[in-house]
Design a protein around this ligand. Structure first.
Ligand code: SF4
Length: 470
């Protein structure tokens, strides 16, 4: 998390993937392709565990390392991972939690067998559960709540007669937003938090079943989406097929709104809503509001509509569609910079915008631009972007944000920073507009989420402070 653009972004903490294929097939390449498709959800570490359901019980092979999926896995180590059942993980962490100890899958042997676990999200009562475990004499080797979860499943398993009952038993104690996949030597089990805060989908490729954070990861393997794992549902996949335990399913749901705005890929479908469509509609809602609230000649004073790559692009298309103005690419994005391990100075952090996004001078010169981005966190990136556009000759830059102002932290596994670091928590929209050097600024309104996601109940806690799970 070195440069300014990374520093000034909200990050998802993880992506999970699991597959159960018929005996004799090898799933490691499918997991690899699934993880590549989930790379945007976490770039700090990557890992895969596989097992052979016809082989000796308890034999789990794991490879996990710090780095991108393409850096961690090679032909050689993928070749060593042989089996027809497996799980994979990509992780993003805050600086303090970035270590191989916290990388996943977590693979463990215990008195009744072995398991490997991958987890996206945050168990908000993990500290209390961890304390109980420590009083029972349990040592912990990482600072992650995923390890706490693995131990809880193991201690339930010691008392119950199947791994799926152990997972359901552990789920009763958990509070938070989570999507978890557990591999036992013969079964693949998935569970999603009762509010459905974190996404988790079920798909199929031939005779293999796939579980993943996003449908795009299933499609990356050549498979297809079947449905979402229901909020609160525990799914067990065995040789005989699929079983569903819905004991924890509840009426009240709260799917993370920011998945649609920023985290998820636009080619994913989450809880029945296409991420692309949701972003397009957010852009439309912004434009409709401008047409109602801005002076009558506002549209005439805009020459073109553009988005900040990547997650502002689709909203910009939606905005342009309503305003009847041309949509244009105003940046060339250098996608090859990747992460740098060279510790940057403050000036170098600022230069990252300069290196990553280059304005297209012939497009922007002399133009009044309506620019859309998904969010403003600290405001530093947007301020640099506007400077770059104006240096390239843009006459005016009007900024629209396809989410409401960030005012509150997230406790469900997303690194929305603490309130004092959020520019909108201490400054009015007019002040933020002046600080970033925009000619005007407006945000999506909370009510506009209804237009974006229809009837789907959303968690909007980082915008309105109403947390579904305390
Ligand atoms: S608080 Fe914000 S980022 Fe966190 S789950 Fe809710 S909507 Fe998503």
């Amino acid at each position: 998390m070195n440069d300014l653009m990374e520093y000034d972004r909200i990050h998802e903490e993880c992506g999970v993937f699991g597959i159960y294929a018929p005996v004799g097939e090898n799933v490691s390449k499918d997991i690899y392709y699934g993880l590549l498709a989930l790379q945007h959800r976490g770039q700090e570490s990557a890992g895969i565990s596989v097992s052979d359901t016809a082989g000796p019980k308890g034999n789990i092979e794991t490879v996990k390392e710090m780095g991108l999926v393409s850096e961690v896995f090679t032909e050689e180590n993928l070749d060593r991972l042989r089996g027809n059942i497996g799980v994979g993980h990509v992780r993003y962490s805050t600086t303090g939690g970035s270590s191989l100890n916290n990388a996943q899958p977590i693979a463990m042997n215990y008195i009744k067998g072995s398991l490997a676990l991958v987890h996206n999200g945050n168990i908000v009562n993990a500290d209390r559960i961890k304390q109980e475990q420590m009083y029972r004499g349990q040592a912990h080797f990482s600072s992650s709540d995923s390890e706490v979860l693995a131990y809880e499943i193991i201690s339930e398993r010691v008392r119950s007669d199947s791994i799926e009952k152990a997972v359901s038993g552990a789920a009763l104690k958990l509070k938070g937003g989570y999507a978890v996949i557990v591999m036992s030597p013969r079964k693949l089990i998935a569970m999603r938090d009762p509010f459905g805060i974190k996404p988790l989908v079920l798909g199929k490729k031939g005779a293999a079943y796939i579980l993943a954070s996003e449908s795009a990861a299933i499609e990356a393997t050549g498979g297809e989406l079947i449905r979402d794992v229901l909020p609160g549902e525990v799914i067990t996949i065995t040789r005989e097929g699929i079983q569903s335990d819905r004991a924890l399913c509840q009426e009240k749901k709260a799917h993370c709104a920011f998945e649609y705005i920023y985290f998820a890929r636009p080619d994913s479908v989450i809880d029945g809503i296409s991420v692309y469509d949701a972003r397009f509609r957010a852009g439309q809602a912004l434009a409709k509001r401008d047409l109602c609230t801005q002076p009558a000649d506002f549209a005439d004073r805009i020459d073109l509509v553009a988005g900040v790559p990547d997650s502002g692009l689709v909203a910009a298309e939606g905005y342009a569609h309503v305003l009847g103005k041309p949509y244009a690419s105003v940046f060339h994005k250098n996608s090859y910079i990747g992460r740098s391990f060279i510790k940057p100075t403050d000036q170098e952090r600022k230069n990252a915008v300069h290196m990553k996004l280059r304005p297209l001078k012939t497009v922007v010169s002399g133009k009044r631009i309506l620019l859309i981005d998904d969010s403003i966190v600290r405001g530093t990136t947007m301020s640099e972007i506007i400077k770059e556009l104006k240096r390239a000759g843009a006459r005016e830059v009007h900024v629209r944000i396809s989410s409401p102002p960030f005012l509150h932290p997230c406790f469900y596994g997303t690194d929305v920073p603490s309130t004092h670091q959020l520019i909108a928590s201490a400054h009015s929209s007019g002040e933020v507009c002046r600080q970033i050097g925009a000619d005007s600024l407006a945000y999506l309104q909370i009510e506009d989420f209804d237009h974006m996601a229809g009837e789907l109940p959303l968690c909007k806690a980082c915008f309105d402070g109403k947390y579904p799970v305390q």
